[in-house]
Write a protein that binds this ligand. Structure first.
Ligand SMILES: Nc1ncnc2c1ncn2[C@@H]1O[C@H](COP(=O)(O)OP(=O)(O)OP(=O)(O)O)[C@@H](O)[C@H]1O
Length: 405
């Protein structure tokens, strides 16, 4: 379900906003508009749909408009035109009180440089939003302690921000943002001031927090690896325009233009692309104890396959049967396929391509992809994995592999 819906959103800085938008719509460039009107087009016709409970990442070069757009989500920046609907309500039309309420209760923010109050204890920093909401001291302290425990900072309640490392301070920032039970978290380069090891740890923790609390998180980063690690959806901005949005895999496999290509240029695709990108769904399967060689052969011929998955009475994969073995059984008038079921390595949809490669050693059949109940969902051919890793086209790889066999 979509939690946030942005339609035709423009954000212009400067006084001649109308003129700037008119020029923009008549095709003038951002630069040209700036030199004529002194206005900056920060967001140019953004359209986004953000699902409840997802981590939505916004990426783009410096100055592309990420922070400007993010600040529209709590109306710290007031869009020049367009709508931004949260839970069915257009926040661009809210009055002052409704907006205060939105910021206090619904939309929390985590800043790059933590934004903690230096003379307040960690406990009081986390309880800050609750204090503004008017919660009595005992109640807000209890809640803050609970959240500090959740982000691994129990025991630091009476410390002050400067006594904590950067990673710990950012945990406090996150704790403060989630203490108010806000459903939406805005995170602007929240991890970029942290050193790489702590940063990686914080990324894992964010994903965990999101999974347990089901917040909707809008997360800005410059770092594609980070975007891929935490993001369910990634939107890429250039000069105020959202040039592409999709799942990390969509973006890696089908970059919309050269700008996006340049972004993903130095990512190790093989580590990020998973089995799901090259999975071929099974069109048929046979049931152990029920189907015999003749029906197996019929299915193979119908679906042009040289092997079939065999499943037990619960639909769980046992292995494959191959065409040659099936034909032998038929020739020998044997009716039981049990002795010819070959064991096969099983993988899941999210196994990375690099982890798939070694599994092909000594395998004549494709790998089997199974779901969490061990039921077969598809297969992965060696040639597809090699094409993905080498970048050579599929037919060429297929012929090399076949000639080697
Ligand atoms: N308050 C403001 N007044 C005028 N122009 C602004 C203001 N805030 C941002 N801009 C301009 O809007 C454009 C987008 O800036 P923004 O900070 O949103 O980009 P960004 O992608 O977040 O960049 P960075 O990654 O460096 O933070 C830039 O041209 C910037 O100079």
């Amino acid at each position: 379900m979509s939690k946030i819906e942005i339609k035709d959103l423009y954000l212009v800085f400067g006084s001649a906003k109308r003129q700037a938008i008119k020029m923009l719509k008549s095709g003038r460039s951002k630069k040209e508009i700036h030199s004529k009107t002194r206005c900056t087009i920060a967001v140019n016709n953004a359209n986004l749909s953000i699902n409840e409970g997802e981590i939505f990442v916004i990426m783009g070069l410096s100055g592309s408009g990420k922070s400007s757009l993010l600040r529209c989500f709590n109306m710290l920046n007031v869009p020049t035109s367009g709508s931004l609907v949260i839970d069915g309500e257009d926040i661009t039309k809210m009055d002052k009180d409704a907006l205060l309420n939105l910021r206090r209760k619904k939309v929390g923010m985590v800043f790059q440089h933590f934004g903690l109050l230096p003379h307040r204890t960690i406990l009081d920093n986390v309880a800050f939003g609750l204090e503004i909401q008017g919660l009595p001291q005992e109640e807000r302290h209890n809640k803050a302690k609970e959240i500090l425990n959740m982000v691994g900072l129990s025991g630091y309640e009476s410390s002050f921000p400067h006594q904590l490392s950067g990673g710990m301070q950012q945990r406090v920032g996150i704790a403060r943002a989630i203490a108010t039970d806000s459903q939406i978290l805005l995170m602007d380069e929240a991890f970029s001031a942290l050193d790489p090891l702590i940063r990686a740890q914080m990324q894992d923790e964010l994903v965990e927090i999101q999974q347990s609390l089901k917040k909707t998180i809008i997360f800005i980063t410059h770092d594609l690896d980070e975007a891929i690690k935490v993001g369910n959806t990634i939107a890429i901005m250039k000069d105020g325009v959202i040039v592409q949005q999709g799942t990390p895999e969509d973006i890696l496999l089908n970059p919309a233009d050269d700008y996006v290509k340049a972004f993903i240029g130095n990512v190790d695709m093989a580590k990020i692309i998973t089995a799901s990108a090259i999975n071929e769904p099974f069109k048929a399967r046979i049931w152990q104890g029920k189907d015999g060689p003749a029906s197996a052969l019929r299915l193979m011929e119908r679906h042009l396959l040289k092997f079939l998955p065999v499943v037990d009475h619960l639909g769980r994969l046992i292995g494959y049967v191959g065409e040659k073995d099936i034909r032998k059984k038929i020739a020998n008038k044997e009716n039981n396929i049990d002795s010819i079921v070959t064991d096969i390595p099983k993988v899941s949809m999210d196994t990375s391509i690099t982890d798939l490669l070694p599994l092909f050693i000594n395998q004549k059949y494709p790998l089997a992809v199974v779901d969490h109940k061990d039921r077969p969902v598809g297969y992965i051919r060696h040639s597809d994995v090699v094409s993905m890793v080498t970048g050579y086209d599929d037919d060429k790889v297929q012929s090399i592999i076949e000639s080697a066999n």
